[in-house]
Design a protein around this ligand. Structure first.
Ligand SMILES: CC(=O)N[C@@H](CCC[C@H](N)C(=O)O)C(=O)O
Length: 379
């Protein structure tokens, strides 16, 4: 069985090799190496040509009545790490800024336990590429990798959070995470000299107006009790101070706790973008892509059992949560296969996706024990 020191080493090794969505080859190689050192008696490991960086590991149960799935996402983010840690990312401009290194290590710890202690039911571990973008969960599902004995009857997954004390488990019945839509907008006008605006069509000005109007969608078109979010996180236009930009590119994300809300915000965004195209005489290309980022809806029965176990176990610090505006393509999987997503506290001042995010590693062992305990009680 993995010791505390080995778990920390694995987490730090993984932290040094973050890779972007669908390119997690080094990570996959490392995971396969670790899994290859586990007791192989009860397990079968598979990769998939349809989605080359996926790993599936099936643990055969003693007297299986069901197959329980456990998912860990494996991709990093395009963030330049600024933690100054001795085990900081070796990959320029890429970082495990969302804690997927913690998710993978917890999953390996749970798998290792059940490699040594054969479970009653079958278990299926899904190491999933592309959670941050590219909808890895949906791609995997649609590629048909969960068929026959590789299809779980239930699915569980965790996400770490800096907002809870280290090792605290957080969950709720109903919606845990928002649904999201990725926004890509290109505005095309006419470039020219900075001194002759009358002969050009400036897309910096059009983009500025668009960004301001977009921000009225939440404040003026959405029920304030229901809420929603639109963030434009990336803006690119122009090349030099004294030239007018004929093209601007914006990227952002929409969040809503229900599918209906997402669709309403999508619709208002289309209308406003068309309005800007008319008033600025611009050609506008708007792409909205929800992919698999559906609201994360926890199954009532399974989640009730999960919450009761966590609440009643004196060794576990449990906290009831509000829904969060973070997105997760695990929402797509939970729409196909019932299950539960939950939070694991890693207590940090920096937020998820921050260049200084530094989760507390003590959470790893606490998380492993909590999940192993629950799964045993659930079989
Ligand atoms: C937990 C977390 O941070 N998840 C991501 C999911 C990405 C959603 C999608 N690519 C988008 O940007 O809309 C998040 O940003 O919430």
């Amino acid at each position: 069985m993995l010791t505390s020191e080995q778990l920390i080493k694995i987490r730090r090794d993984l932290h040094q090799i973050p890779e972007l969505a669908l390119h997690e080859y080094q990570t996959q190689k490392y995971l396969l190496q670790v899994i290859g050192n586990f007791n192989q008696k009860y397990i079968e490991t598979r990769t998939c040509s349809e989605l080359p960086t996926v790993i599936l590991v099936r643990v055969s149960g003693k007297k299986p009545q069901k197959t329980i799935g456990y998912r860990a996402d494996i991709d990093g983010l395009p963030v330049q790490e600024q933690t100054g840690l001795p085990f900081a990312s070796h990959n320029q401009g890429q970082m495990h800024a969302c804690g997927h290194d913690i998710h993978m290590t917890v999953a390996l710890g749970i798998l290792d336990y059940f490699c040594e202690h054969q479970p009653q039911d079958n278990l299926l571990f899904f190491f999933q590429p592309a959670e941050e973008s590219e909808s890895g969960a949906k791609k995997a599902y649609e590629a048909g990798i969960f068929t026959g004995k590789w299809r779980p009857d239930e699915f569980f997954a965790l996400h770490d959070t800096p907002d809870l004390p280290t090792g605290t488990i957080g969950c709720r019945l109903g919606t845990l995470f928002a649904g999201t839509t990725e926004i890509n907008i290109d505005l095309y006008g006419k470039d020219g000299h900075a001194a002759y605006p009358q002969q050009a069509n400036d897309m910096v000005v059009a983009a500025a107006a668009l960004i301001e109007q977009i921000q009225t969608i939440i404040s003026r078109s959405i029920d304030p009790i229901a809420g929603g979010v639109i963030t434009i996180g990336k803006v690119r236009a122009g090349t030099v101070r004294n030239a007018i930009a004929g093209h601007a590119h914006l990227e952002g994300t929409i969040r809503g706790l229900t599918q209906k809300m997402i669709e309403k915000i999508d619709q208002r965004l289309r209308e406003i973008t068309q309005g800007i195209a008319h008033s600025y005489n611009a050609k506008v290309d708007l792409q909205l892509n929800q992919g698999g980022y559906w609201p994360v809806e926890n199954d009532p029965q399974i989640t009730n059992e999960f919450i009761n176990y966590m609440k009643e176990n004196p060794q576990i610090n449990y906290q009831e949560m509000q829904p969060a505006m973070t997105g997760e393509d695990f929402g797509y999987l939970l729409a196909q296969i019932p299950g539960t997503m939950f939070w694991l506290g890693v207590d940090d001042d920096a937020q998820l996706h921050s260049a200084t995010f530094n989760p507390h590693e003590e959470a790893i062992e606490v998380g492993i024990k909590a999940v192993v305990g629950f799964l045993k009680s659930h079989m």
